[in-house]
Write a protein of this length. Structure first.
Ligand code: APR
Length: 307
């Protein structure tokens, strides 16, 4: 059973995509009484209409998650127009601590996929609170940021996004690091296919993508995170050994320790089964370092009494 904590916009979108893939039964949990049950019932009807063989339930009782092998955490406050993800640290840190206690109690062997923003510091906090091996505490965001890079690059190139292998590493926020030289189309780097100005535009659009959506429609994105989460859940559930960009707790990789950041990882049934170090050149190493500095500052913003 897959548990999704937080039956809001991201949680329910993730549930819909996971249901379409029939990956496993789904339990939605939300702190607001009846909310998860209502959302789950609507999704269960959709599954019935589509003839999907899965069960979808919702509850406010965390005990019901016992036995779940995968917990997707989408509980937390999303940003409003004009807000940065970093501004959510204080309020969401408390929610993460609360959810971590429940996960430890009811699903001590589960793999945990974090979505709550600001992602990297919230993943750091979750990792510290859970005390699980880092392989089982994974941050969602790299799939989203790289998916967005792929979208904007594809538009410029006039090709399908599917044929672009996009790379975005570091922070999920304004200091994320899209890497055009390592973003390739059958071995050809983006830097050889687009002009400097075009690449700058693509990078800017990628970094601003979440804020753009929030500004346009008044609330933050959910379909793209839901779609990305379903891919990661699928890779874990089916032991696909797929390589995704995801935030993990670094222990010396890229020369960094005691920090969470997005890097390429291999996902399989044990969670993160391998972390890859990209061949960054000197300039890219410096840009990555800047992104890491931003995450460090975000982590420093977590209220001390919660860590
Ligand atoms: N336990 C369970 N659910 C909780 C808890 C908690 N302790 N605290 C809050 N929630 C629930 C809220 O009741 C709400 O239904 O989390 C849900 C969040 O849903 P939305 O407000 O729709 O937010 P959403 O857009 O889904 O974003 C959730 O993911 O991408 C990030 O920045 C985003 O941090 C935000 C999170």
């Amino acid at each position: 059973m897959i548990t999704i904590v937080g039956a809001g916009r991201v949680g329910t979108a993730a549930a819909a995509y996971i249901a379409l893939k029939e990956l496993d039964d789904i339990l939605l949990i939300d702190i607001i009484p009846n909310k998860a049950a209502g959302e789950a019932l609507d999704l269960a009807h959709a599954a019935s209409i589509l003839g999907l063989s899965i069960d979808i339930r919702g509850t406010e009782n965390y005990e019901e998650m016992a036995g779940s092998d995968l917990v997707v955490v989408t509980a937390g406050v999303p940003r409003k127009p004009g807000m940065t993800r970093e501004e959510l640290v204080g309020v969401n840190a408390k929610i993460v601590v609360d959810v971590a206690e429940k996960i430890k109690k009811y699903t001590p062997d589960a793999i945990v996929l974090m979505t709550t923003n600001p992602l990297d510091p919230m993943l750091y906090l979750m990792y510290k609170k859970l005390g699980f091996p880092r392989e089982r505490v994974i941050g969602f965001s790299g799939v989203l940021d790289s998916g967005r890079l792929r979208y904007y690059a594809a538009k410029k190139l006039g090709i399908s996004p599917a044929d672009i292998n996009p790379v975005v590493i570091g922070q999920h926020g304004r200091s994320m690091f899209p890497v055009p030289r390592l973003t390739t189309i059958y071995g050809k780097p983006l830097t050889e296919l687009l002009s400097k100005e075009e690449i700058e535009e693509v990078v800017k659009e990628t970094i601003a993508a979440g804020a753009t959506i929030t500004k346009l429609r008044g609330y933050s994105s959910n379909y793209a995170p839901g779609a990305g989460l379903s891919l990661m859940v699928e890779a874990i559930k089916k032991d696909l050994k797929r390589i995704f960009l995801a935030s993990v707790y670094l222990m010396g990789e890229y020369g960094y320790s005691d920090i969470t950041a997005s890097v390429p990882v291999l996902l399989g049934k044990s969670g993160v089964e391998k972390i890859y170090e990209l061949p960054l050149n000197e300039e890219e190493k410096q840009l990555f370092a800047k992104s890491i500095e931003a995450i460090k500052a975000n982590i420093a913003g977590i209220p001390k009494e919660l860590l």
